[in-house]
Design a binder for this molecule. Structure first.
Ligand code: SRM
Ligand code: SF4
Length: 576
């Protein structure tokens, strides 16, 4: 990263660490994330690592978790929790080759409870990996040129990119930039090589992390590239978003949007979802320096005392959008041009087969909540492995937890289609427009923060809502619905037309009025309600929508016009 944007030391390590939050001290004292992870991995007395090392391991895409289904039982038996680790891969734009897919499949079958999870940020998670298998997993990923660097932690997370194969040429150009951005923003520390690949420590002239310093970022930072009219990546939820502007199918530059973020903390009204603000336009060759300038402002001015207030959105709201934009421009050394016109049409995926502008074909499969697993009904793991073994397509994980089989030559169409049918992957296709536009986060039993079910519950709730849709003749209508097991918002529920966030077992907040193409936050309609109340409320709102909607009116827009909720102003939602 650029030397102009080296850490502002007055705000970083020269500030007395005891005046900063404990996580800042931990990072600063960790010897660039090494901590005592090596010793923790070697300790055979426990299946866990120390709390500090667990925090540092997040920077390497690894989360310590335990099985919450058995937590109580193990506590009663005076056993330590059933510890294991979640491993998240760094996969910019969700693009994966057949050999990478086969390796992930093998690692999941050997070490990851025979399942892969496609995430809302276009990557893979392996769950339930034992401590002593972590090196084998990371080593396996290395064999196919994958790693888990910065997939979590206070750094720049997985970079997203629209999975739009219709515009093959443009997609290729934007994807290349997303990948470059990801490589550019990945921390440089040698700790990863030493801990996970067993490499010797190398001498480095100068600081090991010239850009991030000893304390990295105050909090996670997310970047995404969208190609209109698709807003599949939910551009406005990114800390830093780039909206591709093309002319005659050729990439010209990007509108820049800053300050999106959805996480909020239960019962903490000073935390809120915020949509990103578009601040200007840059040419293609200025994208990387823009990334440096924007991240460095957050690095130097983000809140390092209170982690619940440390995301970039709060820095912007504290300092003011104009001040932050001026500071970015000062660091860039030039003013951003005025934003160019663009139009988003949807934040969902186009399921099924399409032919791209270069004649190659792509088939997007609906993978409910991103869960790749064999079940008695259908062999999703086996089917996708068989398709990968043909070597006749690449894979693209969509931002909606679905999977695109991409770049298929017309001559190979029949063979791929036959495998899809043989393994009953065609039966994955969603039964309603609502299900096709649904997402749920992982939640229980692995997520330590879950307050309610999500992935394990939404499919059943949808079956009940589908009966309501049938009654009102809305089965084919695309309506977005997203559920999370807590207010953190991992399935981006605050941008859905129907949002459900967990409050307690069986209890959810119900949100209505989000924008169909991700342009507007929703608002809380009912608080802390159970299934029967949710179904009654949706029967009422969907019934009226079916009867009273205007031509082309979306459900989210109707919920506002009909007065169920008021429109969220200024892209921020403080109502709960
Ligand atoms: Fe997330 C934390 C899963 C996308 C906001 N998220 C977590 C953890 C790691 C729980 C933890 O800290 O212990 C979850 C692991 C659960 C598990 O067992 O796997 C988790 N987040 C996920 C994934 C896997 C959900 C999914 O079902 O796909 C997504 C992984 C994305 C990836 O590949 O990197 C995921 N998380 C998101 C998104 C959506 C996005 O980025 O597009 C958000 C909202 C956007 C945002 O960041 O504002 C999101 N996750 C959070 C937050 C709240 C952050 C905040 O600003 O308050 C947390 C909690 C935290 O960081 O303290 C969190
Ligand atoms: Fe866990 Fe909450 Fe994220 Fe769901 S939204 S994965 S429950 S942190």
């Amino acid at each position: 990263m650029d030397s102009r944007t080296q850490p502002d030391r007055s705000r970083d390590i020269s500030q007395p660490l005891d005046e900063l939050g404990p996580d800042e001290t931990l990072k600063a004292d960790s010897d660039q994330l090494r901590g005592t992870i090596q010793q923790g991995l070697a300790n055979e007395i426990t299946a866990a690592v120390s709390a500090d090392d667990a925090k540092l391991m997040k920077f390497f895409g690894i989360y310590q978790q335990d099985d919450r289904d058995f937590r109580e039982e193990r506590r009663r038996q005076k056993l330590e929790p059933a510890y294991f680790f979640m491993v998240r891969v760094r996969l910019p734009g969700g693009v994966c080759s057949p050999s990478q897919w086969l390796k992930l499949d093998e690692l999941a079958r050997t070490y990851g409870a025979e399942t892969l999870r496609l995430t809302t940020r276009q990557t893979f998670q392996l769950h339930r990996v034992n401590k002593h298998d972590l090196r084998a997993v990371i080593g396996g990923l290395r064999d196919v040129l994958l790693d888990t660097k910065a997939a979590c932690g206070d750094d720049t997370r997985g970079v997203m990119c629209t999975a739009n194969p219709n515009l093959s040429r443009l997609h290729g150009q934007v994807y290349a930039l997303a990948k470059r951005a990801s490589d550019h923003a990945t921390p440089r520390t040698g700790a990863y090589r030493e801990i996970w690949y067993g490499a010797e420590r190398e001498h480095v002239d100068g600081p090991e992390e010239p850009f991030y310093g000893r304390t990295y970022l105050p909090r996670k930072f997310k970047i995404g590239f969208a190609i209109p009219p698709s807003n599949d990546i939910d551009l406005y939820s990114q800390d830093l978003g780039f909206i591709a502007i093309a002319q005659g199918g050729n990439l010209r530059g990007f509108n820049v949007a800053i300050g999106g973020g959805l996480g909020r903390t239960d019962q903490a009204p000073n935390t809120y979802p915020r949509l990103a603000s578009v601040i200007g336009y840059v040419e293609v060759d200025r994208v990387i320096e823009t990334i440096d300038a924007v991240i460095s402002v957050q690095r130097d001015y983000g809140d390092r005392l209170d982690r619940s207030h440390a995301r970039f959105k709060y820095t912007i709201d504290e300092k003011g959008l104009d001040w932050v934009t001026a500071e970015i421009e000062r660091r860039l050394g030039f003013a951003l041009a005025p934003a160019k016109p663009y139009t988003f049409a949807s934040n969902g995926d186009l399921l099924g087969w399409i032919t791209g502008e270069d004649g190659r074909q792509h088939c997007t499969l609906f993978i409910e909540n991103g869960r790749v697993i064999n079940t008695p009904e259908r062999s999703v793991m086996d089917g996708l492995r068989a398709i990968a073994r043909t070597g006749k397509c690449t894979f693209r994980i969509t931002p909606n937890q679905n999977l695109m089989l991409a770049d298929i030559e017309p001559d190979d169409h029949r063979m791929i289609e036959a495998l899809i049918i043989e393994h009953r992957l065609d039966r994955l296709q969603a039964r309603s427009g609502l299900r096709a536009n649904s997402m749920a986060c992982v939640a229980l039993p692995t997520c330590g923060l879950a307050m309610a079910e999500s992935e394990r519950y939404l499919p059943h709730l949808l079956t009940k809502i589908e009966a309501i849709l049938d009654q009102h003749g809305l089965k084919e209508d695309p309506i977005t619905i997203r559920m999370t097991g807590c207010p953190n918002g991992c399935a981006r529920p605050y941008i859905a037309e129907i949002g459900l966030t967990g409050r307690a077992p069986g209890k959810y907040n119900l949100y209505l009025g989000g924008g169909f193409h991700g342009q507007r936050l929703n608002k809380m309609y009912l608080e802390n309600v159970g299934e029967s109340t949710i179904l009654r409320a949706l029967d009422d709102t969907l019934g009226r929508y079916a009867r009273e909607r205007e031509p082309g009116e979306r459900f989210g827009d109707f919920a506002i016009r009909a007065g169920y909720v008021t429109e969220v102003q200024e892209g921020r939602s403080f109502n709960d």
